[in-house]
Design a protein around this ligand. Sequence first.
Ligand code: PMP
Length: 384
Amino acid sequence: VQSEIAEKEEYTPAVSLVDIFFKAKELERKGFDVIHFDAGEPDFPPPEQVVDATVRALKEGHGRYTESGGISAAKNAVADSLNKKYGQNITPKQVLVTAGGRLALYYAFLSLPGKTKVGILSPDWPAYRDISNFLSLPIQFFKSTLESGWEVDLDEVRRSDCKAIVLNYPNNPTGKILESKTFEELVQIANDKGMTIISDEVYSDYVLNPTKKFKSILEMPETKSIFLTSLSKSYAMTGFRAAYIVSDPLTIARMIKINSMIITSMPEFVQYGIIAALNCDDYVKDKVKLIGKRRDVAARALKKYLDAEFYESDGSMYMFPRLHSKKGFFNSEKFALELLESQSVSVTPGTSFGSSFLDHIRIPLLQSEARIDEGIERMSKVLG
Ligand code: PMP
């Protein structure tokens, strides 16, 4: 079954993340105690300073339109924070502040010339495929496997005729961070082939394995790249819809025009929230520790209760194990439905991240340690 599905890139999952998410919400309304392993939304609140700064800004009358690329104070804060983090000289002209990572990604894809063939490293967060398809951009998938430790096949990239490639490290869903040397080699190949690199770094703060060093595309300033990140994960600001893009001034100027056409500007008070967030280093450090501990709990529970193979995530907020069932071939779509209906645990089937991952599920590390342990134990009741 799996190899048949793997042939078809156009495969649409029978059960998607959204299906599971809404079914879980419905069960909850009926009073069931649902353990959520569905959406990637932090279970902790944003920093108090962020909420205070946002409310204060509103009270002080900052609820207006702003410059389309963002207010200077926000763009300066972004440039300063990135320069401090990565030792670069990014200027505010290279920054666009906009309403969420998804929109930022959409702008990144929109800025590619029409019909640009886009390389997507799979498993992949589904938005890359959805946006490419929506904009009629052809896709080439570069598949990786659990067996290879989710490594990229660099030769495959070398042989391809893509003119853009999307990178997402630390990765959703696999938790992979490439070794710096591999990352540099991949970027070199992309440069040699004249590819634009779209680097989605929304999980860059979540480096869970202290021996791993995460390298940002911003540390390779000679590269033709579009960097984007969001405040949704590092600061739990999902509903604020706050993100920023960094690229060369010309690309940013073009994106500012698009931003102006689509939303005029992002809400002014949210931009004050961004400025406050960029001063909350201790908050972020705490959350990274928290997610790291949960990763260890999930790994222990997977070994204790299930027949599972997995890569011990070195970053992001997810685990992406392959499961085996005592009852025969493990089908994550059927399993997700059965698990939700019989055990009130909601998981995303692996096929949401690519057609060849039918025997994987994604577990977000966004529940307490006890709930993660219990959720995984409940899975064993379905798997036998
Ligand atoms: N990129 C990746 C890899 C993500 O997982 C997400 C959110 N799940 C985003 C971007 C976008 O997040 P947001 O739109 O909340 O900023």
